[in-house]
Design a protein around this ligand. Structure first.
Ligand code: PSU
Ligand code: MN
Length: 308
């Protein structure tokens, strides 16, 4: 990667790391602006960057600021994303519009993947990916994260799929789209807050080296899809599925009652679940993102080492 894309601004640390072939880990910003309350959001973003660094990679948090897609942010940028209510939730369909208007945008998994790929970053850490919403048979609400995974060569490390979504239909859709779904260290596909979803993982990987080898083989073949790497939340931080089920049912019922849908659905549900669990879900969310940052950095280090 010698010529960064002309519409992107990379900070110096990220630019130099990519130039030298050193490991870089992309991080999204919707989780900061629309996924967690202040000040836990900015604390989480700062700590996750520190973990990535401690494990030997360079963090690149991604957002659109003043109309420019930025790869690698500083403390003031993170603070703005965490506090400024004018920061929109920007998925792939919204990218060009927020750029043309010179606005601020927090990028979702889908748009972060696309910008990371344009910058030459192949490893991306988040908390949870979007998927097929429950009731999608009627609403057609299927996250653009899934279509992006089918076309963009980035490995996305998450804690699986939340049961606010239809986990079975999400896995079926990922199969149709040709996206490898690998769970780290176990045969059970995880459900974000819980280590087990009741669904078997399509594929399994037992080391960061193995995951890096899958990435290399996938893209050496010219297969277009990214990878979904599911990393179960640590046992000490999980909320058992039985306990989350009732909370999620209640949040979904209230959302329907309030007539909320579309891009507001996921932020609404996450916020309501934090309230209903009296903050316990937020602690779990933060713990699993940090756990993913550790694994993601190890994957990026191993992937860089496989370069020819
Ligand atoms: N899941 C979380 N926290 C989040 C998101 C998902 O636990 O912040 C965000 C991610 O940015 C993801 C987006 O890409 O929600 C999916 O939104 P939608 O379902 O509208 O595609
Ligand atoms: Mn949606």
């Amino acid at each position: 990667m010698t010529t960064p894309h002309p519409r992107l601004t990379l900070n110096q640390e990220v630019r130099e790391a990519l130039r030298d072939g050193r490991p870089v880990v992309a991080l999204e910003s919707t989780i900061i602006s629309h996924g967690m309350p202040y000040p836990q959001n900015v604390e989480m973003a700062t700590e996750v960057e520190a973990i990535v660094r401690a494990e030997g990679a360079v963090p690149a948090t991604i957002a659109v600021l003043h109309g420019t897609p930025r790869i690698g942010l500083d403390r003031a940028d993170l603070e703005l994303l965490a506090t400024d209510r004018s920061v929109g939730k920007v998925s792939v369909r919204d990218l060009a519009h927020v750029m043309a208007r010179g606005g601020h945008g927090a990028t979702t998994v889908a748009s972060t993947m696309r910008l990371a790929s344009l910058a030459g970053i192949r490893t991306f850490v988040t908390g949870g990916i979007g998927g097929v919403h429950r009731g999608a048979q009627q609403s057609f609400d299927i996250s653009a994260d899934l279509t992006e995974l089918s076309t963009t060569a980035v490995a996305v490390i998450s804690a699986g799929v939340k049961s606010i979504l239809d986990i079975g239909l999400t896995l079926e859709t990922l199969e149709t789209l040709g996206v490898p779904v690998l769970t780290y260290g176990t045969d059970d596909f995880p459900a974000f807050y819980s280590r087990v979803s009741g669904f078997a993982s399509p594929l399994r990987a037992d080391s960061p080296e193995e995951i890096a080898a899958v990435m290399r083989a996938q893209w050496d073949l010219g297969l277009p899809a990214g990878l979904s790497i599911a990393n179960p939340v640590p046992e000490a931080d999980e909320i058992p599925a039985e306990r989350m089920d009732g909370v999620i049912e209640q949040a979904l019922a209230e959302m329907t009652e309030a007539g909320i849908g579309g891009k507001d659905a996921t932020p609404y549900l996450l916020g309501r679940i934090v309230e209903l669990t009296k903050g316990e879900s937020l602690r779990t969310n933060i713990a699993l993102v940090k756990n993913n940052a550790r694994l993601g950095a190890h994957i990026a280090v191993n992937y860089a080492a496989t370069a020819a």
